[in-house]
Design a protein around this ligand. Structure first.
Ligand code: IPM
Ligand code: MN
Length: 371
């Protein structure tokens, strides 16, 4: 398969982790005879510094004209600490999502069996967890009218949803449930919010077309608790933009590190793949950031194009890195391995024909040809 992929490294650790995702995709292209052409472009604070625009026209045009976008991370403390900043890095990502029509953000949560002890939650609670969050990505309070009065003392963010916006992601969530354990949990705050009541009404109507799927509707405050006290009960979680943003960071506690979770953002004509973590500015340039989330986002890209075997190979290589403890310090505080080592290991596993090669004692810097 030939794919043209726009690569947006962004800020902080973005460039370091995305390099590992690129290595992975390159290894897959060699091992499975595909051609992936990468083209880099600016976004976020890096783009503001160079062009004064968090999403330069050139970047948007590239993304509109490629098969997929691989995204690193966005954000810079210089803007976070300045509430008066008019131009912000995050605007780049939000505008890109809107312009590409990416309405569904899909975030799988399935802890690795060799990392169950890394999570702060008890092993018995998280073992066997396997759910996926379908977060609406193009509407809600993220995109409603924002106002601040002249004195700067009163502000509002309007949360608006149309039936049509609820409709399209709901169908995706139900279709996903059909290939899984056949349960959808709609997460809302229908006891308080009008938008939530519209979600409930619309989703219940759509559910009638999917008699094989069980629909349950729960309040966000309740799910915020249950997602960590009893995560195994969930299969597909369907929710609006802001609730999905919050729940997915919370779900990282199940995985053991925010450096492990990735997402696919899907629209009718475009798709973007990114880790869910931010730009982690403190780690920038230190070769300590976990690249697995970014590599998982590359695997999700492969799945999106139907390259199932290739994606499976990436997941297996990630599992091998975890099994042999070729991981960054967030997963093993004594680790000698850095961002690049993890990326090299994973792409070498993909390229290696000989499984036995990766004997435990072989996996050491300097001793193995994999590093
Ligand atoms: C995410 C991020 C973004 C969001 C930020 C960077 C705007 O937190 O992808 O979850 O809130 O959607
Ligand atoms: Mn987030």
């Amino acid at each position: 398969m030939n794919l043209k992929i726009a690569v947006l490294p962004g800020d902080g650790i973005g460039p370091e982790v995305i390099l590992q995702a690129k290595k992975t995709l390159y290894a897959i292209s060699v091992a499975y005879n595909h051609e992936f052409i990468f083209e880099d472009a600016l976004i976020g604070a890096t783009a503001i510094d160079k062009t004064r625009n968090p999403l330069p026209e050139q970047t948007l045009n590239l993304c509109l004209n490629t098969d997929a976008v691989l995204f690193g991370a966005i954000g810079n403390p210089k803007y976070d600490n300045n509430p008066d900043a008019k131009i912000r890095p995050e605007q780049g990502l939000l505008k890109l999502r809107k312009e590409l029509g990416l309405y569904a953000n899909i975030r799988p949560v399935k802890p690795y069996k060799n990392l169950l002890d890394v999570s702060p939650i008890k092993k018995e609670v998280i073992e066997g967890t396997d759910f996926v969050i379908y977060r609406e990505l193009s509407s809600g309070s993220y995109y409603g009218v924002k106002e601040l009065n002249e004195e700067g003392t009163k502000a509002s963010d309007i949360c608006e949803y149309s039936e049509e916006e609820i409709f399209r992601i709901t169908h995706l969530a139900f279709k996903a449930a059909q290939t899984r354990r056949k349960k959808v949990t709609l997460v809302d705050k229908a006891n308080v919010l009008e938008t939530s009541r519209l979600w409930r009404k619309t989703v219940k109507k759509i559910a009638l077309n999917y008699p094989d799927i069980t629909l349950e509707c729960l309040y966000i405050d309740n799910v915020a608790m249950q997602i960590i006290t009893d995560p195994k009960q969930f299969d597909v979680i369907l929710t609006e933009n802001l609730f999905g943003d919050i729940l997915s960071d919370e779900a990282c506690a199940i995985m053991g590190s925010i450096g492990l979770m990735a997402s696919a953002s899907i629209g009718n004509n475009n798709a973007l793949f990114e880790p869910i973590h931010g730009s982690y500015p403190k780690a920038k340039g230190k070769d300590i950031a976990n690249p697995i989330a970014s590599i998982v986002s590359a695997a999700m890209l492969l799945e999106h194009f139907g390259l199932e075997k290739e994606a499976k190979k990436v997941y297996e290589a990630i599992e091998k890195a975890i099994e042999y403890k070729v991981v960054t310090i967030d997963l093993n505080s004594g680790s000698r391995f850095g961002t690049n080592d993890v990326g090299d290991f994973i792409s070498n596993v993909i390229l290696s024909k000989d499984d036995l090669y990766f004997k435990n004692d072989n996996v050491q810097i300097g001793q193995s040809t994999i590093v």
